[in-house]
Design a protein around this ligand. Structure first.
Ligand code: UDX
Length: 457
């Protein structure tokens, strides 16, 4: 396309507004803002609808129009909120205000027609409102394709008797979903498993009435898994990730990042540091935190450990065990929240001990940092299994948090030949992530198709 033609296309998109509505969780807000940044660069106007609870910071995005919705939700941190309660609450209290807000936008902005709503598939009322107003709706999948395949297989897994399981930690393979085992099924902890299964069925139904799926993943990584999705659903798919490569996560972070750790990293030897973080939602027992502390201390490796306030059930901040500081003096640094992408890109970092949230997993793949995997719930279990057994760029701790196993895992990752081989393999993934975003690459091409698709809706 000539420059003049490109300018004409950009001009056509000017004034076409896309309304993006992320679920109010860090792991969902981050990719949605990254997608919005990308769509803005293509000439679309952007509105971000958000809850006051876990609100993104509008001053980081002066070009976007932010529309807060009064939610009446308790003023809590995401980790304090029970998943099912959060989403049932949203579905009850948000439908009317969201519809009223869009009604008003449609009335006021006749020169800027809304071409599409983008949501992440968890808030069922968005579909009802979009259908009512006859607005096209697309889904931004904030998890891996592999985990979506597993979620959509939940009815089959029930039919075959894999779930509910007497032993949810069973290593029995699921022959229908290799390489997953019963313990890798992406269940979410909760009292009422039946209502969780029902939610999965409803979400799948709702996804399948959308105008298509936008994936934060890339062809090289998840081509095979995508073909499984395509077998049972004919809607268009756009693999345009990894979205984190378009913008640093610093502007999307809901928590202030402590940049002082970058100075500390400067003083460490190349590839010597293990970076430890379990994301924005993880909450563990104090005894588990103690095992992590001693596992790190006994590993004798330098470490940078993120302990987010609220990481331990029922306590704002944590006491580290007696003797821990002496044993790890000048070798370990603890921070409340780090600039994760910058940390992973730092040459001193040689390994990432992670819960395998999809954003963290992608960020690690993109920086070529092999992983020690401690998945905690949901999609993280599937991601960890793919990291360790499909892409083979990490090792999974299979028995929760046990200091001996942690020490052994860190050794494999940081010192042994197996870890070195993972580092070689992940270097190739990193290169391919870069290639797919270049002109002519799969994600670049997919993004072009997505623009055309949105314009045709
Ligand atoms: C949640 C779910 O837990 C996850 O399974 C799902 O895939 C997405 O939503 P979360 O647990 O927060 O997300 O994990 P993750 O997806 O990894 O997102 C965490 C984000 O916080 C990452 O972008 C990471 O860079 C950022 N982060 C983390 C920081 O900026 N600083 C930190 O110290 C830790």
């Amino acid at each position: 396309m000539t420059i003049a033609e490109e300018r004409k296309v950009q001009q056509e998109k000017k004034g076409r507004r896309i309304v993006l509505f992320p679920s109010p969780l860090q792991g969902h807000i981050t990719p949605m803002l990254q997608l919005a940044t990308l769509l803005l660069s293509k000439g679309f106007s952007i509105t971000i609808v958000h809850t006051r609870f876990n609100s993104p910071n509008p001053s980081n995005y002066p070009e976007f129009n932010f529309e807060p919705i009064s939610d009446g939700l308790p003023n809590q941190k995401a980790s304090d909120v029970e998943f099912m309660a959060l989403f049932s609450g949203l579905n009850v209290s948000f439908e009317a205000p969201f519809r009223d807000m869009l009604d008003l936008m449609l009335l006021k902005n006749t020169e800027e027609p809304i071409v599409c709503i983008v949501e992440d598939g968890l808030m069922q009322f968005v579909q009802r409102v979009a259908d009512h107003l006859k607005l096209p709706r697309m889904i931004l999948e904030t998890n891996s394709v592999a985990s979506l395949v597993a979620y959509t297989s939940i009815p089959l897994l029930r039919q075959k008797g894999y779930i509910p399981s007497q032993d949810p930690m069973s290593k029995t393979p699921i022959t229908e979903l290799p390489p997953l085992r019963i313990k890798d099924i992406p269940v979410i902890k909760g009292d009422n498993q039946e209502s969780l299964y029902e939610l999965v069925v409803q979400v799948t139904k709702q996804r399948n009435t959308s105008s298509g799926f936008i994936w934060n993943s890339f062809d090289y990584l998840e081509r095979t898994e995508l073909s499984k999705i395509q077998q049972c659903c004919q809607l268009p798919n756009f693999l345009i990730g990894p979205l984190n490569k378009y913008s640093l996560e610093s502007s999307t972070s809901l928590i202030a990042q402590d940049h002082s750790c970058m100075i500390w990293l400067e003083k460490q030897a190349p590839k010597s540091v293990i970076y430890v973080s379990f994301g924005s939602l993880a909450s563990m027992k104090n005894t588990e935190l103690m095992e992590i502390a001693w596992g790190l201390a006994n590993s004798m490796h330098p470490f940078l450990w993120v302990i987010r306030p609220g990481s331990v059930h029922g306590s704002g901040w944590v006491e580290l065990p007696n003797g821990f500081e002496e044993k790890t003096w000048e070798r370990g640094l603890v921070v409340k929240w780090a600039p994760q992408q910058e940390v992973l890109a730092h040459p001193s970092v040689g390994g990432f001990w992670t819960h395998n949230g999809w954003n963290s997993t992608l960020e690690s793949l993109c920086e070529g940092v092999p992983m020690l995997c401690s998945p905690l719930f949901g999609d993280q279990k599937v991601n960890a299994r793919f990291v360790s057994h499909v892409w083979r760029v990490g090792v999974q701790l299979e028995n929760g948090f046990d200091r001996g196993e942690i020490e052994g895992g860190i050794k494999i990752l940081m010192d042994e030949k197996e870890g070195e081989e993972m580092r070689e393999r992940i270097k190739i993934v990193k290169e391919n992530a870069e290639i797919c975003l270049r002109k002519g690459g799969s994600s670049h091409e997919s993004m072009n198709r997505l623009e055309d698709h949105i314009m045709s809706l």
